[in-house]
Design a protein around this ligand. Structure first.
Ligand code: FAD
Length: 292
C-alpha cells in the first residue's frame, strides 16, 4: 500500500524542528527511524499532513555518561546501543534487551527515542525504562521537561508527549556492581515482537540476601508493567526456588493481559510467571558470580 499525501521537512536543528511542530500542531508528526511510522502510513492508520524528519539533527544522536546516569539522544539507533562499550559497561540490561528488537536491519534504522515514543505494549525498551525508573526528557516551546515511566507511558501507543513536543533524551541509572540482570522473552520466531518479556535486576547485599529487586514486563498490559508486589516478595530474602515461585505467582496475579491473535490472556499470564522465575534465576546467578 502507499501512504496518503504528506508534506515533508527536514530541519537541521532542534529549534527549527520545534518551530515546525508548533506551527502545524496536530497535523504534524516527527519521523525518526520510520520502522513503525512508515508501515502505519502505508496501512493508512495515520495520516499527518506534515512529516518533520529528525534524521538530519546530529545533536539528537549520542550515548554518554552524565554523573551516574547513562544519557542517550532520542535519535540514537538501536544498533549503536547494541554495540556501545559504554552501554555494555554501564547498563548491560539495555544491551541485552535491544538485541531482541526486530532484526539487524530494523536495529540499524530504528531509534531508541522512536521505540519509546511509539510505546508499543509489546516492545522491549519500554520495559527496561519501567524496570529501572529511567527518565524521559521532552522538549517543547517552553523548554525541556523530565518525567519518569509512570507519567510517560499512558496506554497503548500513547505517551505524555504533547503535539509540538519532541522526546530529546532518555536516561538510565548505572547498574550497581553488586547487581545481576536479565531480559528474557517468548517470541514465536527470532525477531518477532515478544508475546511476553521480562526485564529484571537483582542487587545482592554482602549477606547473600536480596537488597533490591526490580521487575518489569512487556506484553501483559496497555503499558509496560512494573511488578512491585513481586519485588517486595524478594526484598531481604535469600534467593532460591521458593521465593522465585512466590514472585512468579505475584506477577501472574497482578497482570491483566488481553487475548489477541498471538496468544490468549491465560497463556500470557502463564508466561509472565514462568519468565519471571527464569529471569530471576539468571539475574541472581550473575550477581553471585560477580561477587566471587
Ligand atoms: P518511527 O517509526 O519513525 O516513529 C514511531 C512513532 O514515534 C511515530 O509516531 C513518531 O512520530 C514518534 N516519534 C519517533 N521519535 C520521536 C521523538 N523523538 N519524539 C516524539 N515522537 C517521536 N520493536 C520492538 O520493540 N521489538 C521488536 O521485536 C520489533 N520488531 C520489529 C519488526 C519489524 C519487521 C519492524 C518493521 C519493526 C519492529 N519493531 C520492533 C519496531 C522498531 O523497534 C522501531 O524502531 C520502533 O518501534 C520505532 O522507532 P523508529 O525510530 O523507527 O520510529
Amino acid at each position: 500500500m502507499k501512504p496518503p499525501r504528506f508534506d515533508y521537512e527536514d530541519p537541521r536543528t532542534l529549534p527549527e524542528a520545534l518551530a515546525l511542530l508548533r506551527q502545524h500542531g496536530e497535523d504534524a508528526k516527527v519521523l525518526a527511524g520510520g520502522q513503525s511510522l512508515v508501515p502505519a502510513l502505508n496501512m493508512r492508520l495515520t495520516a499527518p499532513r506534515l512529516l518533520v524528519d529528525l534524521n538530519r539533527i546530529p545533536e539528537l544522536a549520542y550515548i554518554r555518561s552524565d554523573g551516574d546516569m547513562l544519557a542517550i539522544g532520542a535519535m540514537t539507533r538501536h544498533a549503536e546501543v547494541e554495540h556501545s562499550p559504554l552501554v555494555a559497561d554501564w547498563q548491560p540490561l539495555l544491551r541485552e534487551a535491544v538485541r531482541h528488537v526486530g532484526h539487524v536491519q530494523i536495529r540499524n534504522r530504528g531509534t531508541v527515542g522512536g521505540s519509546l515514543a511509539h510505546a508499543d505494549p509489546a516492545a522491549e525498551l519500554p520495559a527496561v525504562w519501567a524496570c529501572l525508573d529511567g527518565r524521559f526528557r521532552i522538549a517543547g516551546t517552553g523548554g525541556v521537561r523530565e518525567v519518569g515511566p509512570d507519567d510517560f507511558f499512558v496506554m497503548y501507543y500513547t505517551t505524555c508527549i504533547e503535539p509540538g513536543e519532541i522526546l530529546v533524551e532518555v536516561r538510565l541509572p548505572r547498574l550497581p556492581e553488586t547487581a545481576g540482570y536479565a531480559f528474557v522473552e517468548m517470541a514465536r520466531r527470532s525477531g518477532d515482537f515478544a508475546i511476553v518479556g521480562v526485564a529484571c535486576v537483582v542487587d545482592m547485599g554482602g549477606d547473600g540476601a536480596v537488597r533490591e529487586a526490580r521487575i518489569a514486563l512487556t506484553g501483559v498490559g496497555t503499558t509496560p508493567i512494573r511488578a512491585r508486589g513481586a519485588e517486595a516478595v524478594l526484598q531481604g530474602e535469600r534467593p532460591g526456588e521458593k521465593v522465585f515461585a512466590e514472585a512468579g505467582r505475584k506477577v501472574r496475579e497482578a497482570v491483566e493481559p488481553e487475548s489477541d491473535i498471538h496468544a490468549t490472556a491465560e497463556y500470557r499470564r502463564h508466561l509472565s510467571d514462568v519468565l519471571t522465575r527464569r529471569a530471576l534465576r539468571l539475574a541472581v546467578r550473575q550477581a553471585q558470580r560477580g561477587a566471587e
